[in-house]
Write a protein of this length. Structure first.
Length: 115
């Protein structure tokens, strides 16, 4: 069974940084898309960033220039470096992996940015 486990969430002041990690329980397939999504209280889950197995990335406009997603195929991990955090970045962040027509989710990690 595929498991995605997030880590690295926590409380940070506005302007600070956090680094989220997602570890997969299996070798991530070569044709895959890994991503981070977030869900703030009372809002729908939204895309934060994606990275393909070829290294192509895509970011939500709200995080462009502040967040960086990267994948390590050898370690089966994907990370999200978050800089210049804002209170509106407060949310539960979820790791997602998609391959062979299937989608897998982690349980999420809470990021709280205080003003």
């Amino acid at each position: 069974q595929v498991q995605l486990v997030e880590s690295g969430g926590g409380l940070v002041h506005a302007g600070g940084s956090l680094r989220l990690s997602c570890a997969a329980s299996i070798k991530i397939p070569s044709d895959s898309v890994m991503g981070w999504y977030r869900q703030a209280p009372g809002k729908q889950r939204e895309l934060v960033a994606l990275v393909t197995s070829r290294g192509s990335t895509n970011y939500a406009d709200s995080v462009q220039g502040r967040f960086t997603i990267s994948g390590d195929n050898a370690k089966n991990t994907v990370t999200l470096q978050m800089n210049s955090l804002k209170p509106e970045d407060t949310a539960v962040y979820y790791c997602n992996g998609r391959w062979y027509g299937l989608s897998y989710w982690g349980k999420g990690t809470l990021v709280t940015v205080s003003s």
